[in-house]
Design a protein. Structure first.
Lengths: 111, 399
């Protein structure tokens, strides 16, 4: 354990400061299924973003962008809350496009 | 509260005393500090603190968000949330309320949240009892919160004004409990000197903590899980904070003295310079003992009082310097640590380790039992031939 800090070197109170900490890619815990999205069905309600227990749903202001698999645990909450069934869980081994966008042109502009 | 009386000795300076109970004095200080959030649940004898403060808020004299909660566990939890978010936060409680809060007090200390807690000391159940002793504060002894015991309503006011500054000091960042004896101080009206609202406002200043959770430019996670590789370091930091407190207290009380002419420190000595015998006590009892000391001094007896104001952190070096030259010392404890001596005795005993001063422990006043002048005179008499160190004495107990 080479780089463990001394008590004098740590922020007080156990506070974790974002840019001073290791950012482990916890998506490695994911088992079974991963989310994908058909953008033509997405209405940018961002319920998936609100409900994601991690930071795996990417959004730019009010526009849904896709999934960051580095942090997705495969919990399926996003697919469960999606009111338009735009999100589909697929097998972990399946090859999918960047950000999990498997289809559809968006009637809004997700780019 | 509306009543004011002119002090004959200082009338020329137009200083006005206000007739306030300790609870009202604390509430007045809270109104002037005007914290962002106060989360509360009523409990005797603390209730008049928050009741008076709520009236101030209702009348627009403070802009505080009062959060009425369903229990003290929730009061302290709400305080933790508010303080973490970046709000100057206070709460108040007593007895069972503090017992219910205690889990979250430990968390507030470990998260280094400068929450000010006004305490009206009251006995812990059981048997259920609403009157004063210090068992509630002593339950929080190891929680990591600073504990200041005040002697009267004036000190209650002054320390509630200073409490936010003490808690928020950059090297401290701990909850600060301002403990006043239930009923004896909380419900007893005394003349109190208060400051103007704007003077308090300037003295207290803006609330600043290093990592407010709602600062989205500096994103943080607060109160996370620690594995064995970091827990110990974070606990050591809490000791560091306590060790930094005496300096913070000295600086802030000096600054306060400049605007009030009232000086405070971690402890108070009374007629100890040439004393041979002394009583050590917390809170209002110290005031009672001072009166007896005056009487006995007139008869030529070399007696004095050491009042401990800062129980956590405990000023052990100062206690040693002051008491080690004395022949015998009685330590008054208004709480018990069953199976050991009283908690204050343990501290004083540790501070005096290896000195020749004879120490004895007196438990008194549990559940609000009165301490009479004759009891104190008897203790000073007994100090002439002190009992063995491991003796426990009980004042006013039928046996």
């Amino acid at each position: 354990m080479p780089d463990l800090k001394k008590f004098q070197e740590l922020p007080v109170g156990g506070t974790v400061v974002w840019d001073q900490t290791v950012q482990p890619k916890t998506g490695g815990w994911r088992t079974g299924l991963k989310p994908t999205v058909d953008l033509s069905k997405c209405v940018n309600c961002l319920l998936c973003w609100v409900n994601c227990p991690d930071t795996a749903v990417l959004a730019d202001k009010t526009t849904f962008k896709g999934f960051n698999y580095d942090y997705c645990k495969g919990c399926q909450l996003c697919a469960e809350v999606c009111p338009t069934d735009a999100i589909e869980m697929v097998d972990e081994s399946e090859q999918v496009p960047a950000l999990g966008r498997i289809g559809g042109e968006k009637y809004g502009n997700n780019d | 509260m509306e009543t004011t009386i002119e002090s004959p000795s200082v009338a020329k300076k137009k200083i006005r005393y206000h007739l306030l109970t300790g609870a009202e004095a604390a509430a007045t200080a809270m109104q002037q500090v005007n914290p962002d959030v106060v989360s509360v649940y009523p409990i005797t004898p603390q209730t008049p603190i928050i009741q008076t403060f709520s009236k101030y808020v209702a009348n627009g004299k403070a802009t505080t968000e009062i959060i009425n909660v369903e229990s003290e566990h929730s009061a302290m939890s709400a305080a933790v949330g508010a303080a973490t978010a970046g709000a100057r936060t206070m709460t108040a409680t007593a007895s069972q309320g503090l017992a219910l809060m205690i889990e979250v007090v430990y968390i507030a200390s470990s998260m280094r949240l400068p929450i000010v807690m006004a305490i009206g000391n009251r006995a812990l159940s059981g048997p259920i009892n609403i009157h004063c002793d210090h068992s509630d504060s002593m339950l929080a002894r190891d929680s990591g919160a600073v504990q200041i015991f005040v002697e009267n309503a004036q000190e209650a006011y002054d320390f509630m004004v200073m409490a936010s500054r003490l808690a928020e000091h950059e090297k401290v960042l701990l909850p600060v409990m301002i403990c006043q004896d239930g009923f004896t101080i909380t419900h007893t009206a005394e003349p109190v000197l208060t400051l103007d609202d704007n003077i308090v406002k300037d003295f207290v200043g803006d609330y600043q903590i290093p990592y407010p959770l709602l600062n989205l430019d500096k994103v943080t996670t607060q109160g996370p899980f620690d594995m064995p590789d970091y827990y110990f370091e974070h606990k050591r930091q809490q000791q560091e904070a306590m060790e930094a407190f005496p300096d913070a207290l000295e600086k802030i009380t000096e600054e306060y003295a400049k605007i009030t002419n009232r000086s405070y420190s971690a402890l108070d000595t009374y007629k100890l310079n040439d004393a041979e015998r002394a009583i050590v006590a917390l809170g209002s009892t110290a005031g009672t003992v001072k009166d007896i000391v005056d009487d006995l001094r007139e008869k030529g007896e070399k007696v004095g009082v050491l009042k401990i104001r800062s129980f956590r952190p405990f000023p052990d070096q100062k206690v040693r310097e002051i008491l080690s030259s004395l022949k015998s010392v009685a330590v008054f404890d208004r709480a018990m640590s069953f199976g050991s001596h009283g908690p204050l005795f343990s501290e004083v005993s540790r501070s005096l380790y290896g000195t020749d001063t004879k120490l004895s422990n007196y438990i008194y006043g549990l559940g609000g039992r009165d301490l009479f002048p004759k009891d104190i005179i008897k203790v000073f008499e007994e100090l002439k031939q002190p009992s063995p160190q491991n003796d426990m004495n009980y004042i006013g107990l039928r046996s």
